[in-house]
Design a protein around this ligand. Structure first.
Ligand SMILES: Nc1ncnc2c1ncn2[C@@H]1O[C@H](COP(=O)(O)OP(=O)(O)O)[C@@H](O)[C@H]1O
Ligand SMILES: [Mg+2]
Length: 285
């Protein structure tokens, strides 16, 4: 949330304010990625441009513009440091503990991943999603970082605004459920369906980003993704609008199979909206 003032590579240092990344500077990372792009991608010039997005708890997104053989490229470099991995472990351990408390024993997030593993899994998810025409950024490779102690996933930059920042329309909601449907058809699990993991482009297309490795029973994990979409979208718009949109993509049985996750997703959802979702879905025939 704090990289709004931006910096060019090599123009001084600026500490990230988030506790977990306090010791790391954008410039160190930027320089290392610049060298990587020049060596591995034959970039002639690379510029780190101002970009404000992401929570920075686990990863740090950097926007890079470069030229290779006369062509401009705009990339998003998603950096996960060893420090980020420690935060990642805390977050997923907390999620796993909540699964256990709710007697959901067939799902768990991986707590042993390294930065490289986390990003390789995300790259794999992006590749598989693209193969089945789900709109996600095109991945360009995962690389170990030495100076920064971590890894980076390079991908094409998608111009857009996070779904939680736009005035959400019914057509946006339908596009989200169309993506969640496609994931299910191809038995793909995202693991972290939430508003800020969707980008709305200037043409009003909806692009899915990010990934969390949720292992276990695939059917249940897909139901979890579905209920995550319902709950997170209901933070922005009336729950009845969300459930009605979900009904055009999912059967009553599929929606009811996702109900066990209702009390589990996002503490920010008001009790009354959760109740509304329960009433609507359990009443479906
Ligand atoms: N390929 C991309 N193009 C443009 N913006 C992106 C891209 N990937 C991610 N972002 C932005 O960066 C933010 C953080 O990236 P994300 O992969 O969600 O990391 P985190 O795991 O920290 O949530 C996203 O919410 C989105 O706004
Ligand atoms: Mg995210």
């Amino acid at each position: 949330m704090d990289d709004s003032s931006g910096t060019g590579i090599g123009t001084g240092t600026r500490e990230l304010s988030t506790t977990s990344h306090r010791s790391m500077t954008i410039d160190t990372c930027g320089k290392e990625i610049e060298a990587l792009l020049k060596t591995n991608f034959h970039f002639d010039t690379v510029q780190l441009v101002p970009f404000s997005a992401g929570s920075h708890w686990v990863s740090m997104p950097l926007k890079m513009i470069g030229q290779a053989r006369g062509t401009d490229h705009v990339l998003l470099a998603k950096v996960v440091t060893d420090e980020g991995v420690r935060t990642h472990r805390e977050i997923v351990a907390d999620k796993n503990a909540r699964f256990t408390r709710h007697a959901i024993l067939d799902l768990a997030y991986d707590e042993d991943d390294t930065a490289y593993d986390i990003l390789r899994r995300e790259e794999d998810f992006l590749e598989k999603s693209r193969e089945v025409n789900i709109f996600v950024p095109e991945p360009r490779g995962v690389y170990q970082l030495n100076m920064t102690a971590g890894a980076v996933l390079l991908m094409d930059f998608v111009e857009g605004v996070s779904l939680h920042r736009v005035n959400m329309k019914e057509s946006d909601i339908s596009k989200v459920f169309a993506i969640v449907r496609q994931l299910r058809v191809h038995r793909l699990v995202h693991g972290d369906i939430r508003r800020d993991n969707f980008l709305v482009t200037p043409h009003r297309d909806v692009c899915l980003v990010d990934h969390l490795c949720l292992a276990g029973a695939v059917e249940r994990a897909m139901s979890y993704d579905l209920m995550s979409a319902i709950c997170h979208l209901s933070l922005s718009v009336d729950a009845s609008v969300v459930v009605n949109a979900a009904c055009t993509f999912f059967s009553a049985a599929e929606l009811q199979d996702a109900l066990p996750f209702l009390n589990f997703i996002t503490r920010r959802l008001p009790h009354q909206r959760r109740g509304q979702i329960f009433e609507m879905i359990s009443g479906l025939e």
